[in-house]
Design a protein around this ligand. Structure first.
Ligand SMILES: Nc1ncnc2c1ncn2[C@@H]1O[C@H](COP(=O)(O)OP(=O)(O)OP(=O)(O)O)[C@@H](O)[C@H]1O
Ligand SMILES: [Mg+2]
Length: 338
């Protein structure tokens, strides 16, 4: 119930977003290729959840619809994405390190009928050729998810933008406190029982979570754990602040564990010395990483990711950005990395 990838039975307060995505997918029910769609917005606002719930709805209509989920943060190369697709869409048993061409053929030859792919964290894709690949596979459509609207589509050159249409662009804004409280209330009832959390406590967690459902749910989980350690069956209001703070740390810790090697080096550099401007940060990163990306790539891809997940704070300082780690003090950061 409290796992981040738990898909709740009902999605609270996102009817319009759900409708847009199910509209995009609707052609599949009649045997046609769906429209591509692109979901974007800040962290913890239900993008991944809505995409998965829309595919779940589709599967209730079209039982054996080919579908795949790729987390491009982990699988960021063209081949990694295609391998995941070959596995999920056509159940291919892959020979080790198949070539790009072979992977595409495998999917093309074995995909029968229209299907859909969720490209989560699509702003982490190294290059956009894979979108051409998907486009060339008959019947295949995608739901792309990223933090900002520009991130995915900026890199596409004119050829691709004219060929690949993204018919639906769905913006997710942060939840208001009432919606967060409602999400929490359902989760609490389902996971902890009917009376484990009072309205006041839910409202308080909601207010402190600033529209981020992931933080809020984590705080609920941590609060329940703290209460049960004290032998209590309900979460008392006095524990809320600590629960929220501890949950923030837990979520941050989990995010750190997902960083790719470039982002990790950046994080480590900042843990060594906080408050670096972009140039300094890049210089240290370039020294520390065996195969560094360009400053531009770092600026447009990895640094925004760290910001999005609230791992670094950015401050404008005389026309340049200055980066520091969010939250706790330095010694603590070092132990987080250890
Ligand atoms: N409308 C909702 N109803 C119920 N649960 C929700 C809702 N929105 C989000 N959640 C829950 O909140 C958590 C975070 O949601 P989700 O993973 O969809 O966020 P996201 O927008 O994809 O964030 P990120 O950009 O960090 O990946 C998940 O555990 C999800 O189950
Ligand atoms: Mg997500």
């Amino acid at each position: 119930m409290f796992d981040d990838d738990h898909l709740p039975t009902s999605i609270v307060g996102r009817n319009r977003h759900m409708n847009e995505v199910t509209d995009a997918l609707a052609p599949i029910e009649d045997g046609f290729r769906a429209e591509n769609c692109f979901l974007f917005g800040p962290s913890g606002v239900g993008k991944t959840t809505v995409a998965r719930a829309a595919v779940r709805e589709l599967r209730q209509e079209v039982l054996d619809v080919p579908h795949a989920y790729v987390n491009c943060w982990q699988d960021y190369t063209r081949n990694a994405v295609l391998e995941q697709l070959a596995r999920d869409l056509v159940g291919a048993a892959l020979p080790r390190s198949s070539s790009t061409g072979r992977l595409i053929d495998l999917i093309k030859n074995n995909l029968h009928g229209p299907g859909v792919v969720i490209l989560d964290e699509a702003d982490q894709l190294r290059g956009t050729e894979v979108l051409y690949d998907l486009h060339d596979i008959r019947g295949l459509s995608w739901i792309g998810i990223a933090n900002r609207e520009v991130d995915l589509l900026a890199d596409l050159d004119d050829r691709i933008t004219s060929r690949i249409s993204v018919a639906y662009r769905v913006h997710f804004d942060t939840y208001n406190d009432d919606t967060i409280a409602k999400i929490l209330s359902r989760r609490a009832r389902a996971g902890l029982g009917p009376n484990a959390v009072g309205e006041d406590v839910l409202a308080r967690i909601a207010r402190l979570s600033e529209g981020d459902a992931r933080q809020a749910i984590a705080a609920l989980r941590v609060g329940a754990r703290m209460a049960s350690r004290e032998g209590l069956s309900a979460i008392p209001a006095r524990l809320v602040e600590d629960a929220v703070a501890n949950a923030e740390r837990e979520v941050r810790q989990k995010t750190i564990s997902k960083l790719n090697d470039h982002q990790r080096v950046l994080y480590e550099v900042l843990a060594e010395e906080d408050g670096l401007i972009q140039k300094e940060l890049y210089a240290r990163y370039e020294e520390a990483h065996p195969d560094p990306v360009t400053l531009r790539y770092l600026r447009e891809n990895h640094l925004p990711k760290l910001e999005h997940y609230n791992l670094v704070d950015v401050e404008w300082d005389r026309g340049t950005k200055r980066y520091s780690l969010v939250g706790v003090d330095h010694s603590e950061h070092r132990s987080e990395l250890a």
